[in-house]
Design a binder for this molecule. Structure first.
Ligand code: ZN
Length: 111
């Protein structure tokens, strides 16, 4: 019988300690909770806002630029540009073509 009382006391102390610890950690836990909630809201908001912004940008009409190699008009968002040049290209093949023969006259002079 004595044993049981001691065990109960130990359990009570343990419980109190656990409760105290949890109380100490409560603000941290709450903070983490609020952070995750705000993060979740942010990602959700971004997902809902992204298609609207994209469609708006498309409907407004992007600035058109002309491919320096083939002369095709393309939206500036899709255009490819070399850092060293001011000209833009519609595709990688056009860009490669332009990069492969920068000065045809010099090449003919070499040969
Ligand atoms: Zn092109």
């Amino acid at each position: 019988m004595k044993y049981l009382i001691v065990l109960g006391l130990i359990a009570l102390i343990f419980y109190l300690l656990l409760f105290w610890r949890l109380r100490r950690y409560m603000p941290v836990v709450r903070q983490i909770f609020s952070i995750t909630r705000s993060l979740y809201r942010m990602t959700k908001g971004a997902e809902s806002a992204r298609p609207a912004a994209e469609s708006r940008g498309r409907s407004d009409g992007e600035r058109l630029v002309r491919c320096a190699a083939c002369g095709t008009w393309i939206p500036s968002g899709r255009a490819l540009q070399l850092r060293s040049r001011s000209s833009v290209y519609c595709s990688t093949s056009c860009l490669e073509n332009a990069a492969a023969e920068p000065q045809p006259t010099r090449r003919s002079a070499k040969r």
